[in-house]
Design a protein around this ligand. Structure first.
Ligand code: RUB
Length: 307
């Protein structure tokens, strides 16, 4: 196995790359490194090497369809090419990886432009966990000269809320940091919720950091809009064909290292927010309803549905 792929998969598993976008970019870069270092002599061997890398990267975190779509797309470019020379196929991996990352960066900018329009002067935005897409929307609003406040939940057990809070502070945004269980107490101070996504299902439900669904319920109760900011490529095509999105369950040690052995400790990394609680999905094609997201993806990225 290529060393960079092995190390990257381990870093992803250990949360050294955090958030769906960063996980996908790390996996793409690992494929690029594999292509640069390959010793494969034949097309068949090179494709076999890519497929081994795919299996290892997919296993690193299971609730990451953006990473899966990216890796699948890059490998498909190689499989669909008539080229026989390994050096040319390796070059194709490099070019495809760069194109995919350019597309991701363009989507992020577009989402920020659209999302920032929903933020008005004096408003307060509650966010959960750390989504680079959500913080980019807030960066954009700030860059446009808007003044607003942010409430960050700490996001147990890995405290990704601290990353969001530090980013907001460095932007000069007035930020309040709360424990997750204080979300209801502070929902009335918020004008809207903005969170990221790890996966979007065919029904329009959104999988994001554990606790997101409870926050969506609180926003619904308080009649505050709950927005998800996400690239369309976080859609998981397997859900269209009947699969459930798998929810990664992480080590009990992340919650309580010295917990009594006989105690059952559960640590799901994500939960599912039902579409009825989502005001809109802010994606690169605009603000779309969760109900119509599968159709929009079908129009923009038809290849996602190829098995
Ligand atoms: C991160 C998380 C983020 C999404 C979206 O979970 O749930 O909200 O991944 O992030 P973890 P982005 O820290 O366990 O990876 O918008 O950066 O893709």
């Amino acid at each position: 196995m290529n060393e960079t792929v092995r190390v990257t998969a381990e870093q992803i598993r250990r949360l050294q790359f955090q958030g769906a976008r960063n996980v996908a970019i790390a996996a793409i870069k690992a494929l690029q490194a594999l292509a640069e270092a390959t010793k494969a002599q034949t097309r068949k061997d090179f494709i076999a090497e890519l497929c081994d890398a795919r299996a290892l990267l997919f296993a690193s975190r299971e609730t990451e369809p953006l990473m899966r779509n990216a890796v699948r797309w890059i490998i498909t470019q190689v499989e669909d090419s008539d080229e026989r020379k390994v050096v040319e196929l390796a070059h194709l991996v490099t070019v495809s990886s760069e194109n995919f990352q350019k597309n991701l960066a363009a989507s992020k900018e577009r989402i920020a432009e659209i999302g920032a329009k929903r933020i008005w002067n004096g408003s307060t935005i509650l966010t959960h966990c750390h989504s680079s897409t959500a913080t980019h929307v807030l960066w954009k609003a700030k860059d446009e000269g808007k003044t607003f406040n942010v409430i960050c939940t700490e996001t147990r057990p890995a405290f990704q809320g601290r990353i969001s809070a530090k980013e907001m502070i460095s932007l000069g945004v007035k930020t309040t940091f709360i424990v997750d269980s204080a979300a209801r107490s502070f929902m009335h101070d918020a004008d809207m919720v903005i969170v990221g996504a790890d996966a979007i299902t065919s029904e329009g439900n959104v999988v994001n950091k554990i606790g997101t669904a409870a926050i969506a319920l609180l926003a619904h109760e308080a009649r505050k809009p709950f927005y998800v900011v996400s690239e369309l490529l976080k859609f998981d095509p397997a859900t269209l064909y009947g699969e459930y999105e798998k929810i990664e369950e992480r080590s009990r040690d992340e919650i309580w290292k010295e917990a009594p052995a006989e105690l059952t400790v559960r640590n799901p990394a994500f939960d599912v927010t039902p579409r009825d609680l989502i005001h809109g999905i802010i994606c690169e094609e605009g603000i779309v309803s969760p109900q119509s997201v599968a159709e929009v993806i079908h129009r923009v990225y038809p290849w996602v549905f190829d098995s």
